[in-house]
Design a protein around this ligand. Structure first.
Ligand SMILES: [Zn+2]
Ligand SMILES: [Zn+2]
Length: 239
């Protein structure tokens, strides 16, 4: 446990407020460690040395040892690996964090840095059910505002639209309504280039003019016909 909860330097990442004080629980510390291992792995640096360099927890080694004993991760020399249980927990934490970032940016137009800082505090508030509702509300975004992948949840596979979504495929935008492109979700890389050469990138404001016989969008002075597949991959927020 934290020996000195009043100390200003304890204000950092992902802690909970308890009666106006910031106390780090063991669970928070494990969560932070799991999150850090995950992000280091994304950079191809899931090892003890990088972790000790990046962590703000002075007792990181002890926390890691406890985690290894609980079967969350495996420490082999300098190598750090998440076990199945740790992997599932980390995936949930990363998912909540990145969805929270997106939510804060889309709803309150916070900057990336502000969204990141607030997400560290708010991610703990999301239960699994609320997380999936937030995900549906945001149109099941594939990446966070920093472009890092958001692990999918059960909702993404079903593409639930029960929650009236803030962000939805361009195909669902009412005709004549202006929409701002939030993200383009395509697995086909060479599809992005023609779109960006038309000026369709995140931030672009456009309108849907017609659906049949073909999708036509209005982009400033320009009318452009787009394939249905592409219209389904452009996600917009009504403005
Ligand atoms: Zn992010
Ligand atoms: Zn989802």
């Amino acid at each position: 446990m934290n020996a000195n909860p009043d100390h200003a330097s304890e204000y950092s990442h992902g802690h909970r407020w308890h009666g106006g004080r910031l106390l780090k629980t063991q669970e928070d510390r494990v969560d932070e460690m799991l999150e850090l291992i995950w992000t280091l792995r994304e950079k191809g640096a899931a090892n003890l040395e990088s972790l000790l360099e990046q962590t703000t927890d002075p007792e990181a080694r002890t926390v890691l040892k406890q985690m290894a004993q609980e079967g969350l991760c495996t420490l082999e020399g300098d190598g750090l690996r998440l076990n199945e249980k740790g992997e599932a927990l980390a995936e949930g934490i990363i998912r909540r964090h990145r969805l929270t970032e997106r939510l804060l940016m889309e709803l309150f137009e916070l900057s990336e840095a502000e969204a990141e800082a607030e997400a560290c505090k708010l991610e703990h508030l999301l239960s699994p059910a609320v997380t999936d509702s937030v995900c549906s509300f945001l149109g099941h975004p594939p990446v966070c505002p920093h472009g890092k992948p958001i692990p999918q949840g059960p909702c993404c596979k079903k593409l639930t639209r029960e929650v009236h979504p803030l962000i939805r495929p361009l195909s669902d935008l009412p005709l004549g309504q202006e929409g701002k492109v939030v993200f383009i979700s395509t697995k086909v890389k060479n599809r992005l280039e023609p779109l960006s050469s038309l000026g369709i990138v995140p931030g672009t404001v456009l309108q849907l003019k017609q659906r049949r016989p073909a999708y036509v969008i209005q982009l400033g002075e320009l009318s452009v016909a787009l394939d249905e597949q592409i219209v389904l991959e452009i996600f917009v927020k009504a403005v």
